[in-house]
Design a protein. Structure first.
Length: 298
């Protein structure tokens, strides 16, 4: 009788397995890699910077409300043309400054812009002189015969202070000096009227020698000065110098028609040449856009 359990194997026996044929080793062929491309560098900026203004933002005194920060750079482009670049950024976006515009200027336009920057305190007097000297050389403009005004000496400043101390009609005098401008803030002995005096010397390319947008110039005699306190300043100055001229500068872009009395004195010892003295109340100065007459009492 055949064994019915023949197909069962004992548990100790292992099933026979067929040997697995060894497969030949796979040869990995490296794929050729593309050569690294050099990183393209941005082209070098040919613009040559001469000076830059202070970063301004928020609410400007004489302009509309600005909601961004901005500054200007002055120099020459790749064609040696006088150029102003303006950069701005929006602080709430936390981004870097972007170029607003780049504008080619004539020498007179560059001078007016630099004088305006000087008015607002955004550049210093040495930076102004340096830029103007480079622009003169580029535009073949002759250099001035007189030395550039960089500020009063200690002896000159002492003389100006001593001169202001002789005003018996003005009191509470406060003195300060910056960027070649000697300033005095004072009050009248009657009526508590505030006056501000600005002393400086002419610049080689002064805005006083040309037309000023929105400002009219009217030569007057000393007796035409309506303010008793300003006339007192004029009389003191006339007694101290050899000759003195008065020009009334009026803001035509203001409903109040603010006025500044500009006095040009010759022979004021120990100061050689012309001495400029501007007299007005404090609120009138910001209405005029040329050097020293916008020197705020900060």
């Amino acid at each position: 009788m055949k064994n019915p359990f023949k197909f069962f194997r004992p548990s100790s026996e292992k099933p026979k397995t067929e040997p697995i044929a060894e497969s030949p080793e796979e040869t990995v062929i490296p794929t050729p890699t593309e050569p690294e491309q050099p990183v393209k560098q941005p082209p070098a900026d040919p613009f040559v910077e001469w000076c830059r203004s202070q970063v301004r933002g928020g609410i400007e005194r004489r302009e509309r409300n600005d909601i961004f920060e901005a500054y200007n750079i002055y120099g020459v482009d790749e064609h040696d043309r006088l150029t102003c670049r303006r950069y701005h950024r929006y602080p709430e976006h936390e981004r870097d400054f972007d170029l607003s515009y780049s504008r080619t200027l004539t020498f007179d336009e560059l001078n007016r812009r630099l004088l305006s920057e000087l008015d607002k305190g955004d550049i210093k007097l040495p930076a102004y002189h340096d830029c103007i000297a480079k622009a003169r050389a580029l535009c073949d403009i002759p250099s001035p015969d007189a030395a550039e005004f960089i500020g009063f000496t200690e002896n000159e400043t002492a003389a100006l202070r001593e001169f202001c101390e002789t005003f018996d009609t003005l009191t509470d005098k406060e003195y300060r000096s910056s960027d070649g401008v000697f300033c005095v803030a004072c009050r009248s002995v009657v009526g508590d009227e505030q006056l501000n005096l600005r002393f400086r010397k002419p610049l080689p390319h002064d805005a006083l020698d040309s037309e000023i947008a929105g400002v009219s110039k009217t030569p007057v005699e000393g007796y035409d000065i309506e303010s008793l306190w300003i006339m007192g300043v004029y009389n003191r100055l006339r007694d101290r110098c050899q000759s003195c001229r008065v020009t009334v500068l009026t803001s035509e872009w203001s409903l109040q028609k603010e006025k500044i009395f500009l006095m040009q004195a010759e022979g004021f010892s120990p100061i050689d040449g012309t001495l400029l003295l501007a007299v007005a109340d404090e609120t009138s100065f910001p209405r005029f856009g040329f050097y020293s007459l916008d020197f705020s009492n900060k």
